[in-house]
Ligand binder design. Structure first.
Ligand SMILES: Nc1ncnc2c1ncn2[C@@H]1O[C@H](COP(=O)(O)OP(=O)(O)OP(=O)(O)O)[C@@H](O)[C@H]1O
Length: 274
C-alpha cells in the first residue's frame, strides 16, 4: 500500500502568479450603509505568499473590507482585482470558485455535525458532480468522492484533529471549533484565505496553537492569508505587512515595525480625537 502523502508537503494549486506579486488589489473602495460610511476610498493590496493583517479600533471597517473582498458586499465605488481579474460585485460562492475562502468572527459551523462532515461541507463547493451522479454512484462520481475524502483526511492530519473527527463540533472547546472552521476553509483549497479574528475568545495556549497553524498553512501549503486580529502581539509576530484602518479610512500601511511606530496609529489606538 502506498503511504499517505505528507500533508505538510502539499501546496495550493498554481495560479500563474509568482510569489511576491500582487494577488489581490483593492482599488479606491468606498462602502456606506445609508449614512454610515464603513469604508472611504481605501486602496490596499495583498501579495502572493504573504500574511497580511488588517487592524484598527472597533468600527474601523475591517470586517466590511473582508466582506467586500469575498463578495458579501458590493462597494458603491472602487474595484477589486483578484488574480488579474477586475470586478466590483461577485457572489460569495463565485469568490470561493475563484479561490477566496474565509472564516468568521464568530464560529459559523454546523454544530450538530461532526468535524469530518463540517470539513466535507467545505469541500462540497468544489464537487463537480451533482446529487444524481452521486446517487447513481457511477465511476466518475465515486472517484471524485474518494479524491475529496482524501483531501479532507489530509487537512484533518495537517490540523492534528484526528481525535475529534467524529465529535459534533458543538461539543468541542472553542479553540478547537476555530480550528475546525479553519479546516473547512482549507477544504476549499483557497489561494487567498481570509481570517476574521482567528484568535478571538481564545486562551493563550489556544492562540499559540492557532498561530502555529496559520504559519504552517502559509509556509507549507503556500496559501496567502489576510487576517483581522485585535491581539497586537499576534499581529506583529505573524504578519509580513499590516494595514491600519480608522473610521473607515486607511491611516497606515507597512511592516509591523513601521506601523508600530506610526503616530497616527498610536493616536487611533489611544482614542486621540481627530
Ligand atoms: N450591515 C451593516 N449595516 C449598517 N452598518 C454597518 C453594517 N456593517 C457594518 N456597519 C457599520 O460600518 C462601520 C464599520 O463596521 P465594521 O464591522 O466593518 O468594523 P470593524 O473594524 O470590523 O469593527 P470590529 O473590530 O468592532 O469588528 C461601523 O460603523 C458599523 O456600525
Amino acid at each position: 500500500m502506498n503511504p499517505r502523502p505528507d500533508p505538510r508537503q502539499l501546496a495550493t494549486p498554481g495560479d500563474g502568479i509568482a510569489k511576491g506579486d500582487v494577488l489581490l488589489d483593492v482599488r479606491n473602495v468606498s462602502l456606506a450603509f445609508g449614512g454610515v460610511k464603513a469604508i472611504t476610498d481605501i486602496s490596499l493590496n495583498v501579495l502572493k505568499g504573504e500574511i497580511r493583517a488588517i487592524i484598527g479600533p472597533n468600527g474601523a471597517g475591517k470586517t466590511s473590507m473582508l466582506n467586500v473582498i469575498n463578495g458579501f458586499y458590493t462597494p458603491q465605488q472602487g474595484t477589486i482585482v483578484f488574480r488579474g481579474k477586475e470586478r466590483r460585485s461577485m457572489k460569495p460562492h463565485q469568490a470561493v470558485g475563484q479561490g477566496i475562502a474565509r472564516t468568521f468572527q464568530n464560529v459559523a459551523l454546523f454544530k450538530g455535525m461532526s468535524t469530518l462532515d463540517n470539513i466535507m461541507a467545505g469541500r462540497s463547493v468544489l464537487m463537480k458532480r451533482n446529487i444524481g451522479w452521486q446517487m447513481l454512484w457511477h465511476g466518475p462520481a465515486l472517484r471524485e468522492e474518494i479524491e475529496h475524502r482524501e483531501k479532507v483526511e489530509e487537512i484533518i492530519d495537517f490540523l492534528e484533529i484526528q481525535h475529534i473527527r467524529r465529535t459534533p463540533v458543538g461539543k468541542l472547546p472553542y479553540g478547537l471549533q476555530k480550528r475546525v472552521e479553519l479546516g473547512r476553509a482549507l477544504a476549499m483549497e483557497p489561494t487567498l484565505l481570509l481570517l476574521d479574528e482567528p484568535m478571538a475568545g481564545m486562551n493563550l495556549e489556544e492562540k499559540e496553537d492557532m498561530s502555529r497553524f496559520i504559519i504552517d498553512v502559509n509556509q507549507q501549503r503556500g496559501t496567502t492569508i489576510a487576517l483581522i486580529e485585535h491581539d497586537m502581539g499576534v499581529v506583529m509576530d505573524l504578519s509580513d505587512r499590516v494595514v491600519v484602518l480608522d473610521y473607515g479610512k486607511k491611516i497606515a500601511d507597512g511592516t509591523p515595525d513601521e506601523v508600530k511606530g506610526n503616530q497616527d496609529v498610536i493616536d487611533a489606538y489611544l482614542g486621540v480625537p481627530h
